[in-house]
Design a protein around this ligand. Sequence first.
Ligand code: N15
Length: 294
Amino acid sequence: MKMAGMAALSAGTSGGLDQRKFTLTDFEIGNRLGRGKFGKVYLARKLPEQYICALKVLWKAQLRKQNVEHQLRREIEIMANLRHPNILRLYGYFHDNDRVFLILEYAAGGELFNVLRDRGRFNEETTAKYMKDLASALEYCHRKNIIHRDIKPENLLLDHNGNIKLSDFGWSVHAPGKRRMTMCGTLDYLPPEMVMRKEHDPSVDIWALGVLGFEFITGQPPFEAQGQKATFKRITKVDLTFPCYISKDAQDLIKKLLKKEPSDRLPLSKVPDHPFIVKNLASAAKTAAKKKKK
Ligand code: N15
């Protein structure tokens, strides 16, 4: 949500974050929006400017216990320096004795994961718009040497206009990401080189974009299987089959993103020029123009 107060808030501060001291009494707290790994997210209004935001509350004891204070600090640093229309903004943060508070952009459309679950799947026009915007956001991250590494519907939000917003940089790294990761959570979005624990580079995010495109159109990630072992096998073999209702253009783009060899994957800069994106955005624009005329 764009607010008059926001411009002042973000202007002229070092590192992109407001350096003024916030306290909890500066905020009116509303409904809970969600619950994350280390705390809860609330709808909030900053006073006196009245802008709406999402206030994330993290408990220091839990951060300490899980030994993620360092990760949080890095994540704040990363998010604070990103300015892109499809990346959720971090406006500022503060803390008290027990908690850390992150002042985040409010995305009125909520989690993409829930929207996808409710609708079953997205049409190809919607998918094309999301994929183009995500490619742009990821290309921007890569230019800043940031690999996201954890792109999945749970980490995507929608604003009041239905624009996609990449959030949660919990697993992201400054490239080159040479560290070997421990495996927790779902494998579904990871490329062959990561499930095989080899070294990886920014093209892991290109793979994830392909997985997401498939999931947007079908409602299911492409390599879903019973258990991690079976998923692992499907990913390493790139065992990809398309339901018959997916257009040839969509199949072609997804295949070009889901290449086993990282250097064979379609560069993010070429995504907007792919026929699937070009045709669907053109027809979406036509539909919008017709609607406006009525
Ligand atoms: C500490 C580290 C591991 C995590 C730090 N990462 C973040 O803070 C990224 N993050 C963003 N975590 C939570 C959010 C978040 C921002 C979650 C939900 C929302 C948000 N902005 N707006 C929402 C939101 N809008 C909604 C509308 C309807 C229903 C639910 C909604 N959630």
